[in-house]
Write a protein that binds this ligand. Structure first.
Ligand SMILES: Cc1cc2nc3c(=O)[nH]c(=O)nc-3n(C[C@H](O)[C@H](O)[C@H](O)COP(=O)(O)OP(=O)(O)OC[C@H]3O[C@@H](n4cnc5c(N)ncnc54)[C@H](O)[C@@H]3O)c2cc1C
Length: 519
């Protein structure tokens, strides 16, 4: 079938991009898939814990929905969460059809438990290699389907294409050989911002570029203040920040301070299985209180065989540091992990720009509210990826995208030195120090001032020059900080020590839009 809108251009090769491209192909379209890196290098391959879906005998999509809404701290878009949870089993069936080898026990799909889920509903593959297994399976399918894939090809900008469309400007990964995409819908599947934080679980491709590029073109963003921090990432001086999946706590591991005390007991009724924001802040507080650089995950109560079978990658990683989880406590610290907000979409993945769609972590569907429920993000890429693919073939009318509070932002031209040395390191320090787990108005304001100064030196001096990755990183960081300064309350993943309470007047989404969209 020929798409009257033209060939779709899908940007990004994580779960969302690969799945959208595959489904487009199955529905008769001829998508092109691009990635700034190699085909398989995406955050997706690092996902360990698994993918949440209500398939257990004691479970139901309604219960999954209830848990998602509860975790989201009053901001979950119920229609979006309903789509996520009720369409989940069908999307898992797609993954099985493509060949993802989910783990089983006695012939039944094995289900793990994670924080804030009232049931065991986390499907996993290869023990703790779920993301890798999904990425590799979908990649193979994409290649088998003959989908055109262009590696080391980056989205650099977006521009209007008549009244009904948007064009992409793409180049090689060094910014050379810029070209415009042909007519056709563009699907952003560029992932999150995690690696812009000094302490992060994300790979280096997660720079939030899709957000900056969409914002520059005039797209509406929402919920940018909500960055989820993960409480248990391996800590050792000089070691990589390797995630120790929440599923380890789901299997019975507990958190202890240096003195061996379970400091979460008494802070929340679910203790170590409380929502991520609560556990991250408790760990952060404990580290500041004690002056010790980490806390410890004690998994020694989990039988050795069970731990090794369920978490083989974690075990291999720990062994390189001489640690055996059945005997040793694992040193851990919280890090930036997941971008909850992003480019605003309706339920079919449409953004506020004509012909521009978004799916996966880059999209803000409202499904996570102020706090993502563990293992709902791989699922989001599938459920809304499917909706985007269908929308490209059979368009249906969408909702109006209207945040409760809209902030219009100016982002002026600069001196055009995108390669300015040290700018990225400065961005990472500012985000971690001033826009981190605990925020204050003073810290956010000073972070924003410094980012504005960085923007003045890294932004192009002429409006028709394309900003590079450094300028985009500075802009993305500023958008997170601006939204965080605007929200004068604490809710979900966003915590302000100067406004520690949740305030009813802030039960709304904050939207960010550029004052004068560039042409
Ligand atoms: C360590 C870790 C563990 C996790 N565990 C889980 C888990 O157990 N369960 C769960 O549900 N979630 C988990 N998550 C979150 C989940 O992995 C991500 O939210 C999800 O994989 C995002 O998928 P995506 O397709 O949206 O983006 P990604 O997988 O990040 O892919 C983004 C793609 O876009 C490309 N790209 C970016 N910018 C450009 C550009 N300008 N031009 C061209 N290409 C571009 C990148 O190269 C990449 O190919 C985890 C995350 C991490 C870091």
């Amino acid at each position: 079938m020929r798409n009257p809108l033209g060939r779709p251009l899908v940007v990004g090769t994580g779960i969302a991009g690969l799945y959208v491209a595959l489904r487009c192909r199955e529905l008769g379209l001829r998508p092109t898939l691009i990635t700034k890196s190699r085909l398989e290098e995406a955050t997706t391959r690092y996902a360990q814990g698994g993918i949440a879906t209500a398939v257990g005998p004691d479970d139901s999509p309604a219960l999954h929905l209830k848990d998602t809404i509860r975790a989201g701290a009053g901001l979950v878009d119920v229609a979006a969460a309903k789509a996520l949870t009720f369409e989940a089993p069908a999307r898992i069936a797609d993954l099985v059809r493509y060949g993802v080898p989910f783990d089983t026990v006695e012939g039944q799909i094995a289900l793990g438990r994670e924080a804030a889920h009232s049931r065991a509903r986390i499907l996993h593959a290869g023990g703790d290699a779920t993301g890798l297994s999904i990425e590799e399976t979908l990649k193979r399918r994409v290649l088998d389907a003959g989908i055109e894939v262009r590696e080391r090809t980056a989205l650099r900008g977006l521009k209007p294409n008549g009244r009904h469309g948007t064009r992409a400007i793409i180049s090689d990964d060094r910014g050379r050989n810029a070209e415009e995409s042909e007519d056709g819908p563009i699907v952003l599947a560029t992932g999150g911002t995690g690696s812009l934080y000094r302490q992060s679980s994300n790979p280096s491709v997660a720079t939030g570029e899709g957000v900056a590029i969409a914002f520059r073109a005039g797209a509406l963003l929402t919920d940018m203040e909500f960055i989820q921090f993960h409480p248990t990432v391996f800590w050792r001086e000089g070691a990589p920040r390797y995630l120790i999946t929440e599923a380890v706590r789901g299997e019975g591991a507990v958190l202890r301070n240096e003195a061996g005390e379970r400091f979460l007991v008494g802070q929340h009724r679910d203790a170590e299985l409380a929502p991520r924001d609560i556990v991250s802040r408790a760990v952060d507080r404990e580290i500041h209180r004690s002056g010790h650089p980490c806390v410890y995950l004690d998994a020694t109560a989990i039988p050795r065989d069970r731990f090794f079978a369920r978490f083989p990658s974690v075990c291999r990683f720990l062994a390189t540091y001489g640690l055996d989880p059945s005997r040793d406590w694992i040193p851990v610290t919280p890090v930036a992990h997941y971008m909850i907000g992003g480019v605003t979409t309706d339920l079919e993945g449409r953004t506020s720009l004509p012909g521009l769609y978004a799916a996966g972590e880059v999209a803000s569907t409202g499904v996570h509210g102020a706090n993502r429920l563990a293992s709902n993000s791989l699922l989001e890429g599938l459920v809304f990826g499917e909706r985007v693919a269908r929308q490209l073939v059979h368009p249906v009318a969408g909702r109006t995208l209207a945040p409760g509070r809209l902030v219009r932002l100016d982002w002026p031209a600069g001196a055009g030195r995108d390669d300015q040395r040290g700018a990225i390191d400065r961005v990472r320090d500012i985000l971690w120090d001033d826009v981190g787990i605990v925020r204050t108005g003073g810290g956010l304001r000073s972070g924003l001032e410094e980012l504005a100064e960085l923007g003045r030196s890294t932004e192009p001096s002429r409006s028709n020059d394309l900003p590079g990755p450094v300028a985009n990183a500075v802009l993305t960081a500023s958008l997170v900080a601006r939204a965080a300064l605007t929200r004068t309350e604490s809710r979900g993943a966003h915590y302000r020590s100067d406004f520690p309470e949740r305030r009813p007047q802030w039960r709304l989404h904050i939207g960010l839009v550029r004052k004068e969209p560039s042409g």
